[in-house]
Structures are given as C-alpha cells and as structure tokens.
Design a protein around this ligand. Structure first.
Ligand code: G6Q
Length: 548
C-alpha cells in the first residue's frame, strides 16, 4: 500500500490549527505555567530509560489535540504500518524503506517481494560478528603476520556520517583499535590520515552502497596505491574489505568475494548504520555493543509502532516541530546534547533530516504551498552556550531547541557532571522565563550602578523568554540508549514527511551533484571549458590557469 496523498493544508485539523494559532500566538509560556499547575504532569512522557518533558512549548491541551487530529486525518496509523511492513513507500525510487528490519528480532518476519528478509539480515550479522571478533582478538592478521591496530573507514554521506558519529559517541566502550574516517575527495584529507598509518597493521573498510561514488572510489584507489608500495597485490585481500550492494564493481576493484559484506537497496544510505555499514562500529566497540545499539533502536521501533500517539515520543516531537515550522514560521531547530561524546550528532541528523524532508514536490506531483523540511543545527552544551546561545536567547528568530542530557556520566565524575547538568537545567529555565525589566532593575540596584547607566543598559539586559524547548533526560549514554535516540529521530522524520505529503526517502538533490561534477572534471582535464554561464566559465578558466 502506498502512503496517503493529502495536501495537509486541506484537512479540517490544519484549518482548526490555523484558527487556534491566532488564539494562542500571543499567550506566553510564563502565563501558561502560571495558569496550569498540571502542565508538566500532562506534557511529559516516561519511556524505558528516557524522560521527555515537552511542557516548555507554546502549546496547550487543545494544541496537542488538534495536532493529533492532523496525524489521524493524514492516516498516520496506516502510514506506520506501510513503513514497517515493507510497502514501497519510497515510490520515486520504487523501493521499500526497511532500516527497521535491520534491528528486528530473529523470529520476526518482514517480507520484500514475498520473501522474508530476516534470515539474510542475520546471516550478515553473523558475518559481522565473526569478522569483528577475529580482528579484535588478533586472530586475523595482516600481511606480515602482525595483528591489526588501525581501521580506516572509507565512505561518504550515509556511508560515513553514521559510523563516524556512533564510534565517537561510544568512545567510552571502545577497544584498542584506532579508527579513522576518510570521506572527502579532498586529497589533503586522505594524505593527513595516510601519514598516521602503518600498512602492515591497518585494515581498510570501503563502504559504498553503489560502489560508484567518486569520492569513495578515488580515496580507495589512492589508499590501495599507497598500500601497494609496501605490499604485494595478493596482500590486498587481507587488508581491504567492502560493504556494498554492487558485488561486480567490488570484485573488479580487487576485493576478495569473502571480504564483501552485502547490503540491500531497501536500506537508504542515511539510515544504514544498522546494516554492515556499521562494520566499523562493530570493530571499534565489539559486536555485542553493536548489537545493543540495534536492540535500543528496536525498542524505540516498538514504542513508535504500538504506543498511542499522545504518549508516543517520535509522534509528539514531529507534531511539535510542524507546529513551529508551519504555524509560527520557525525556520530552524537546534539540537544540543549535553555530552561531548555526541559532538557529531547534529551533523549526522542534518543529513537524516534535511536530505529526507528537504523536498518541495508533494506526493501529488505538485509544488507544495506550505513549508517542509526544517533546518537543523547544533553543538554540545556547554560549549554552545559560549557561542551561539546569544541568538537563541535574544535574537529575532524563534528556534525550538532539543536539550539532551544524561542523569549519569560515564566516568562518574560527580563534580563535573553536576556542573554540566546545572547548566542544562538553567538554560531551559532561562529560555522559558527570560528576565524582565523589574528583575534587571533590581540587579542594577544591587550593583550600585548610576541611574543614567542603568537606564541605558536596561533594554539590552532584558530577556523576553518564551523560547520553546524539549528536554530529554536519559539515564546514561550507552549503546542501547544511543540506538533508541537515533531511531527516535528517524521516526520523527517519517511522521513529518508523511504529514507534509512528500517523499522522504529519495535524494535527487544529492544525485545532481554527482552528475555535475563529472562533466566539469572532464573539462578541467581537457582544459576545454564550454557551454557555461559567464561566471562559471570565468572561474573555471582562472582555476585551470593557476592549477596546471
Ligand atoms: C544517503 C545519501 C548519500 C549516500 C552517499 C554515499 O542517504 O544517498 O549520502 O549515502 O552519497 O553513497 P554510496 O554509499 O553509494 O557510496
């Protein structure tokens, strides 16, 4: 079954939300908290090791009810069933979207073209397990008989961002293997990494679903040529493995058939870290931790699938985001994890969210007449407090922000953790309450400031507050909770794409870049620049003159 095709602005719920927006737009959250003592009790969800408090949002019960009506009118229940059961919901590429099957249980059954894919998934998982164990234990050795010390993941986009983010996020659980990521076709990137490597103890994991991506193939060839300065052709088999759907191209590259980890076209690149694309994760933290990551995601899948929408974390998050994006006109959202481990979470989610929902043609084939994909950005707290928080507190833009904090730190340094989390709570509180002119004036009195200076400074020191935030308080950062967190955002993407009536799982904008660069490269090589606008022609000629 394909997804329902409804312009959301034509629904009864959307029209009711527009009316409701005018009732509520000037009511402050400060007022809402004063009027409703049960607000936090009603607007929070406790689930597994997660607590989501969404009471610091510009909503009341009617807002939530109307947003839930919108989800129902759009056919969210049926949509979720189609998503999980392998229907061709990626219609523009004629594919199912089944990253959820990668973390399903062994006894589950998920059909693609009438065939259960779970046994195949477990076959590959077993291969990941035994390969990782052999490398970590030193059972498998390099061409001089030494154990491996370094792993290099060569991939880009979906074949890089997920593994890179998770390996960094789970650093606490890491073993002795050093991990490196080469992604950019920028030759300086690969050169910097090669300098750190010893060929006889380094394993290269080439990750490319299509095995046609210019960046990954170029980096792989450069690395193989470098490797062959120290080793023989037959040693390549011991040091290079690949993750791909394109067995033919991988074999032509010279990789041994046994060293290929397959994946499937029903796994989108940006949702693929759960497949063999996560091989580097399994190598870095061990298969058991990789498996726990999958089971955390699977738990979130079950929550999303069976929980009623009013207590369903991804659904509530998606609806709140639509509320700000489509009614308040917010352009972006920030994601601020209060842990340094998750410093790559925002760039990772940028791909997932912006590549999936950055679309302007509806499922009816027409240009949409409403806003779709939000811009997401962020950095860990407290660092970001010393950087861009100024704009969130006092700028002119409305930026709904997710605060992600953990009750326990991993090394158990209580002093540091209490300081970190005091900042976490203080920020969401300040964003809610702000600081009014009376409070600022009282502060001035205590500071013994002249009345002239106080008068001048007062407006600059006032904080209006009323800035929406979601607060996630998670027990601790483990493979399992990280798996749940990533899956939570994946399902948020699905719900938003469904309601915005777009196809979230294609990426024609990315494909365009792949085509364009190839034709310009030919012109740079032949030094024959033609058929461009005057600006591009001027720039290309300047580059050729200085580059050759
Ligand atoms: C992800 C995108 C894109 C893709 C890369 C790498 O959803 O499609 O980021 O992952 O372009 O593609 P390959 O894995 O095919 O090299």
């Amino acid at each position: 079954m394909s997804l329902q095709n409804t312009n959301p602005t034509t629904t009864i719920a959307w029209q009711a939300l527009e009316k409701h927006f005018h009732e509520i737009e000037n009511v402050t959250m400060q007022q809402m908290f004063q009027d409703d003592k049960l607000r936090t009790q009603n607007f929070h969800i406790k689930w597994d090791k997660f607590l989501l408090d969404y009471s610091k949002n510009r909503i009341n019960q009617k807002t939530i009810n109307l947003l839930l009506d919108l989800a129902n009118e759009i056919g969210l229940k049926e949509g979720v069933n189609s998503y999980f059961s392998g229907d061709i919901i990626n219609q523009t590429e004629n594919r199912a979207v089944l990253h959820t099957a990668l973390r399903a249980n062994k006894n589950d059954s998920v059909l693609v073209d009438g065939e259960n894919v779970i046994p195949e998934i477990f076959e590959v998982k077993n291969k990941i397990k035994s390969f990782s164990e052999d490398i970590i234990s030193g059972n498998k050795k390099g061409f001089t008989g030494k154990s491996f010390t370094d792993i290099v993941n060569i991939g880009i986009g979906g074949s890089d961002l997920g593994p890179a983010m998770v390996v960094e996020g789970l650093q606490f659980y890491k073993n002795h293997l050093n991990t490196h990521f080469v992604s950019n076709v920028d030759g300086d990137h690969v050169s910097e990494i090669i300098q750190k490597l010893i060929p006889e103890t380094t394993l290269f994991v080439i990750v490319s679903k299509t095995f046609t991506t210019q960046e990954t193939l170029t980096n792989s060839e450069t690395i193989r040529n470098w490797f062959l300065k120290f080793a023989k052709q037959e040693d390549v088999a011991k040091h290079f493995v690949a993750v791909s759907t394109n067995i033919k191209n991988v074999t032509e590259f010279g990789i041994d058939k046994n060293n290929i980890f397959p994946m499937w076209d029903w796994v989108g690149g940006r949702f693929s870290l759960w497949s063999a694309v996560g091989l580097t994760i399994s190598l870095a933290v061990g298969f058991d931790n990789f498996d726990k990551l999958l089971s955390g995601a699977n738990k979130m899948d079950t929550h999303f699938k069976i929980e009623s929408f009013d207590k369903n974390i991804p659904v509530i998050l998606a609806l709140l985001s639509i509320w700000y994006n489509n009614f308040f006109g917010a352009e972006s959202e920030a994601i601020i994890p209060y842990t340094q481990y998750l410093q790559k979470l925002a760039p990772y989610l940028q791909q997932g969210i912006m590549e999936s929902n950055g679309k302007s043609i509806g499922r009816d084939g027409k240009t949409v007449n409403y806003q779709t994909g939000t811009i997401v950005w962020g950095e860990p707290g407290t660092n970001s407090q010393h950087a861009f928080f100024q704009l969130i507190h006092q700028g002119t833009k409305l930026i709904p922000t997710d605060f992600i904090g953990f009750s326990k730190s991993l090394y158990g340094n209580k002093d540091h953790h209490d300081k970190l989390m005091s900042n976490f709570f203080a920020q969401t509180e300040a964003l809610l309450h702000g600081k009014n002119s009376n409070q600022v004036a009282t502060e001035f009195k205590e500071q013994d400031i002249s009345s002239e200076t106080a008068k001048f400074l007062l407006p600059y020191k006032v904080f209006e507050g009323n800035k929406p935030t979601n607060t996630f308080l998670i027990d601790s950062l483990t493979p399992e909770t990280l798996g749940s967190l990533i899956a939570m955002y994946e399902h948020k993407i699905f719900v938003q794409g469904l309601i915005w009536n777009i196809f979230s799982y294609d990426q024609w904008g990315v494909e365009l870049g792949k085509q364009l660069a190839n034709s310009i490269l030919r012109e740079i090589n032949t030094q024959e620049v033609k058929n461009h606008d005057s600006s591009t022609e001027f720039l290309l000629n300047h580059f050729i003159k200085n580059n050759h």
